[in-house]
Design a protein around this ligand. Structure first.
Ligand code: UAG
Ligand code: ATP
Ligand code: API
Ligand code: MG
Length: 487
């Protein structure tokens, strides 16, 4: 049994009514999931205000409530704790509840617009290959050494995070690599965690529906580094124009990486092909299986983290060359007529540009490059015309289709995309709302040596339309289609 005041350790408290020595069962921030003797934390969210559900939570058996405003009608025998920020309180309480597992792990958080999943997943792979027990919290999956769990968020809520960190410590895990999303930082999901290191990848347009301005989005990312302890390292990409900004107020020890600028960790691309990259890292050359300039940045960040965590230079280089690409990130197959089909999770203007530029830099020039792309519903609308402009500019043909429309009208999303296409590129484009039909059209259009890029959904195994998720896997669909059409 946990005692409320122990769970509240280090939470700044404004007022209390009732007894904080009360025993509590679980920590809960959703009234619909409250059980007997739980402590309910009321969160002011984006859709609703958890304070409206305090009464319901108490009726369901909550024995204590943590909130920003104690309700007027308090119930006898229930403890009410007032704090100024319940998001932060929840995160600190979650760490306390699970016995602060992050202190017993070497945790590295990866943040930035693109590259988080790639870097965190490949660090997981690298450290396992080096013989350690490792954990991973990522967009694609959660891994507790070799045990796999389903991921619902890139950075889950703090109770879920600490639940898995606790599991990791029980399994003897030593290193944990986690993605830290901007929503996660803004909602303080990672507050109270003890990080050994933090990595910044890059910052480009995304999620402005949530953060409103690019400056606010940048400042949220920066606050992750502002909160790192002195004992941690902070590694940043100084080729990105916000790379230095991220480090300005951190107490952590600063390190830089770059392909172009002066930096502590530097790499050069010697070759860039479909088969992989030949990199020069420091004085050494290494072949890696990942493709594209952006992956040179990812590989260099991985190299730097591994070195900062104490692995030997030669061992890191050897292990880098063994890493396989991450599911749904530049994942490709070659079928009859030497047609290459690539599935990639590029769902931002920058990542789409990067992946298309990568393909253009390694194709010989005569082949068609057919891009199938859509934009998610209930997400940043400003991305839509930009992504359509990039797809139509950098491909020989672009097919606009649905991503996850969620609650929006799929055709309206496509109309928003079409507005970004330059008049000269319009004849290269086509819109097919049904994603499966769009993929089919691309497969039918493709001829000898052509390249198809299916962008936006990567590893996702569903498509969400009107709140309903139906099975949908870009890679599987394209593979079946190609088998049928180009035997
Ligand atoms: C916009 C957003 O980020 N929402 C997240 C947020 O929900 P919220 O606090 O805004 O929820 P709300 O519906 O307004 O409710 C407020 C509070 O009332 C409670 N409530 C609500 C109803 C009720 O009957 N009783 C009750 O107690 C809710 O449990 C909540 O605590 O906190 C929840 C718990 O942590 C998250 O599950 C939820 O993620 C939603 C589902 C989501 O889609 N989030 C996406 C945008 C997201 O977080 N993405 C990032 C990655 C982005 C990237 O690619 O970089 C991620 O880290 O996954
Ligand atoms: N370092 C990078 N710089 C720019 N683009 C990248 C980089 N790494 C990967 N990408 C592109 O971005 C896409 C998403 O990569 P990844 O999943 O690693 O990013 P992420 O930051 O985890 O994204 P999310 O915010 O959705 O979790 C890839 O499919 C690729 O097209
Ligand atoms: N983590 C991102 C993923 C977007 C993936 C894309 N397929 C979409 O559904 O928009 C988000 O929630 O905005
Ligand atoms: Mg990710």
């Amino acid at each position: 049994m946990n005692v409320l005041k122990d769970i509240l350790y280090k939470v700044p408290i404004d007022a209390v009514t009732g007894n904080t020595s009360v025993a509590v069962n679980a920590l809960c921030f959703d009234s619909r999931k409250v059980s007997l003797n739980d402590v309910f934390v009321a969160i002011r969210g984006t859709e609703s205000d958890g304070h409206a559900y305090i009464e319901g939570a108490v009726k369901k058996g909550a024995v204590a409530v943590v909130c920003e405003e104690i309700p007027k009608d308090i119930v006898n025998g229930i403890t009410y704790v007032q704090v100024s920020d319940t998001h932060a309180a929840l995160a600190i309480m979650a760490s306390n509840y699970y016995g602060n597992p992050s202190v017993n792990l070497k945790m590295v958080g990866v943040t930035g617009t693109n590259g988080k999943t790639t870097i965190a997943t490949l660090l997981y792979q690298l450290f396992r290959k080096a013989g350690y027990k490792v954990g991973l919290l990522s967009t694609v999956k959660i891994l507790v050494d070799d045990k796999e769990y389903k991921a619902t968020h890139t950075t889950p809520d703090p109770v879920t995070i600490n639940y898995y960190l606790d599991l990791m410590t029980q399994e003897g895990v030593e290193y944990c690599f986690m993605e830290v999303s901007s929503h996660g930082i803004a909602q303080k999901r990672t507050q109270g965690l003890h990080f050994t290191g933090g990595v910044f990848t890059n910052l480009t347009h995304d999620h402005l529906d949530y953060h409103n301005t690019f400056a606010a989005y940048r400042d949220v990312k920066k606050s992750f580094f502002d909160n790192l302890p002195k004992s941690a390292f902070a590694l940043t990409n100084v080729d990105d124009k916000n790379g230095i900004v991220m480090m300005q107020n951190t107490a952590a020890k600063k390190y830089t990486y770059a392909l172009k600028s002066y930096a502590d960790y530097r790499a050069k691309i010697l070759e860039n092909q479909f088969g992989g990259l030949l990199l020069k890292i420091g004085e050494n050359e290494v072949w890696v299986k990942l493709v594209g300039r952006f992956n040179a940045y990812n590989m260099l960040a991985i190299y730097a983290v591994a070195r900062l965590l104490g692995l030997e230079e030669m061992e890191v280089l050897r292990l880098l060359s063994e890493l396989d690409s991450v599911q749904g990130r530049f994942q490709y197959f070659i079928s009859g007529k030497k047609i290459t089909t690539i599935v990639d999770y590029s769902h931002t203007p920058d990542s789409l540009r990067n992946v298309l530029e990568t393909i253009n830099s390694i194709r010989t020039g005569n082949e068609e490059l057919i891009t199938v792309v859509g934009c998610g519903g209930d997400r940043d609308k400003a991305k839509r015309p930009l992504m359509a402009a990039i797809a139509s500019e950098l491909s020989t043909r672009a097919i606009f289709t649905s991503d996850n429309p969620r609650t929006e009208d799929p055709e309206a999303i496509i109309k928003d995309m079409e507005k970004g296409v330059e008049p000269l590129n319009f004849k290269k484009t086509l819109s097919i709302t049904d994603r499966k039909q769009a993929i089919k059209a691309a497969c039918q259009m493709a001829g000898e040596n052509d390249i198809i890029l299916i962008a936006g959904k990567g590893h996702e195994t569903y498509q969400e339309i009107n709140g309903v998720r139906k099975d949908f896997d870009d890679f599987k669909i394209a593979e079946e289609m190609m088998k049928e059409l180009h035997k």
